[in-house]
Ligand binder design. Structure first.
Ligand code: FAD
Ligand code: AMP
Length: 478
């Protein structure tokens, strides 16, 4: 006999567990199937995000930032600290404790909402049935009115740099180094490479990032990317663009990396190498051939704008489907699907998903970039404001970067908000809310911003769009 649920979710990452909780809130009988076990054989919830992604990386970014502050900036405030030291084991233990607290929290929330957790590897069969093989080899089959695939993603492997999680690591290995590498190579200067390179660079590693593309952070606004590149250079991150890694060889515990720049071949020797060249959807053996699910041309599960697959009653959310591989995007897709299963209309605005890089300073953006508007032939106007003219940023000793606002030249509607600087993610989020309400630049100009706050940079950038910024010389005056 197969057990029946209203909704079965495969994968308990931020897309899957959020979907399961919302379905339960809407009165559905729900189970979430998760394969991940820890080394004691206990079920691990929270997926990549909580265990080896967003959360542990931010824990190490914050720890390493504090170390950098103590070693390089406390003296500016008149604070003397004798011989600061790093205890990597303690730093890692703190990270693990935060992860345990949050994954335990997810278990508690699922329980509180009456969601069953089924341990095992799920496979979608035809007719909305799911086969689950548990870690002990036992097999069970379940069926459901609706099934949500939320199996997430895995790091991309490249044959020229095979990961051994010792000398050559992926992002998971780089979150668990036991000591600071002397010289650290990073393949890929994308989000993950920059964040993990920053962690170990702040703790003392000499970091070289090898990036195949000629342009830096090409999906970010070009001005923000240029400014960020300048700031990383100042911090000592050696970012080599147009550098395509062609081979690696391990000799005496070090890795010799060969890379091509144009027709020239170069070799560099590192103590450790991080491969961070992107992630791919985790679709292996996730569904039977006759399950009715199809793939798109990029190897993701094909879904409509509403996250429906081609199999009736089967949905897919998160990293496993098109769009940016971001926890917040997956979670909101999970909510959207839950609402639809409950018969409600709940569209997701894919045009306003924020991108954030949690380096210091942070880099964040939402909406259109200048280069996108140029390509689309839309007339726009731009306002920027530097943190160097913001009192609160100067008081904090954190005044690198700028806020940039892009608005429609004809209608004044906000089209894009971009920032590199302190709390960039939170500042861009303020503008995202305004954009969601269809605000004009003038709406922001006319609001009162607290003083002294970092948010004043948002206000001034909005004023600068029309040459009306108060605390800098405007290029155009109106
Ligand atoms: P996942 O989190 O990957 O979860 C999928 C789950 O499904 C896993 O637990 C897996 O074990 C399980 N599963 C897979 N197949 C099966 C099966 N057949 N049966 C049962 N269970 C299965 N995103 C951000 O938004 N902000 C960040 O700051 C950020 N930082 C990151 C830092 C790093 C180092 C990394 C690697 C990623 C980061 N991300 C960040 C990306 C983020 O982690 C992912 O976008 C997010 O976890 C995707 O959620 P998901 O639920 O789709 O998949
Ligand atoms: P992201 O997807 O943001 O994590 O970025 C991954 C980056 O890795 C991209 O910018 C790719 O251009 C880069 N990349 C992929 N393969 C290579 C390679 N062989 N050598 C150097 N960079 C690479």
């Amino acid at each position: 006999m197969t057990t029946h649920f209203d909704v079965l979710v495969i994968g308990a990452g931020p897309a899957g567990y959020v979907c399961a909780i919302r379905c339960a809130q809407l009165g559905k009988k729900v189970a979430v199937i998760e394969q991940w076990l820890d080394d004691k054989g206990k079920s691990v919830l929270g997926g990549t995000c909580l265990n080896v992604g967003c959360i542990p990386s931010k824990a190490l970014l914050d720890s390493s930032h504090k170390y950098k502050e103590v070693t390089e900036h406390y003296s500016d405030h008149g604070i003397g600290v004798e011989q600061p030291s790093i205890n990597i084991a303690a730093m890692m233990a703190r990270k693990e404790q935060i992860v345990a607290q949050l994954t335990g929290g997810v278990a508690g929330l699922l329980k509180h909402n009456g969601v069953d957790v089924i341990q095992g590897r799920g496979k979608l069969l035809a007719n909305r049935r799911v086969q689950v093989v548990a870690a002990d080899g036992s097999e069970n089959t379940y069926d459901a009115d609706n099934i949500v695939l939320a199996a997430g993603s895995l790091p991309i492997d490249i044959p020229v740099a095979p990961v051994d999680q010792d000398v050559i690591v992926d992002s998971t290995g780089a979150l668990a180094f036991e000591e600071v590498p002397g010289k650290l190579g990073v393949i890929g200067a994308g989000v993950i490479g920059l964040e993990l390179g920053s962690v170990w660079g702040r703790l003392g590693a000499e970091v070289v990032l090898l990036e195949a593309m000629d342009s830096f952070l090409p999906t970010m606004d070009k001005q923000i990317a240029k400014e960020s590149q300048k700031l990383f250079k100042k911090q000592g991150l050696d970012i080599r663009l147009g550098a395509r890694v062609t081979g690696t060889e391990i000799q005496d515990g070090k890795v010799h990396v060969t890379y091509a720049v144009g027709d020239d071949s170069h070799t560099e020797v590192f103590d450790r190498l991080i491969v961070s060249v992107g992630r791919r959807p985790q679709t292996e053996d996730l569904f039977a051939e006759d399950a009715g699910v199809t793939m798109d041309e990029r190897g993701s599960i094909f879904v409509t704008e509403e996250c429906a697959t081609e199999a009736p009653g089967v949905w897919a959310v998160g990293d496993i489907v098109r769009g940016p591989m971001l926890a917040h995007k997956g979670s909101e897709e999970g909510v959207m699907v839950a609402e639809q299963i409950a018969g409600k209309h709940h569209p997701l605005n894919y045009d306003l998903i924020p991108s954030i890089i949690y380096t210091h300073p942070e880099i964040a953006g939402v909406g259109k970039t200048e280069q996108e508007l140029e390509a689309e032939g839309i007339a726009y106007k731009v306002g920027t404001f530097p943190f160097a003219a913001i009192g609160r940023a100067l008081a904090a000793g954190d005044s690198d970067g700028l806020v940039k606002i892009i608005s429609d030249e004809n209608t004044d509607q906000l089209l894009g908000a971009h920032c590199v600087g302190p709390s960039a993610a939170d500042l861009v989020q303020q503008l995202l809310i305004a954009m969601e309400f269809g605000s004009s630049t003038e709406d922001i100009q006319m609001m009162v911003f607290g003083h002294p706050t970092l948010s004043e940079a948002v206000h001034e950038a909005a004023l600068a769009v029309d040459g009306k910024a108060i605390h800098m010389a405007n290029r155009k005056k109106r």
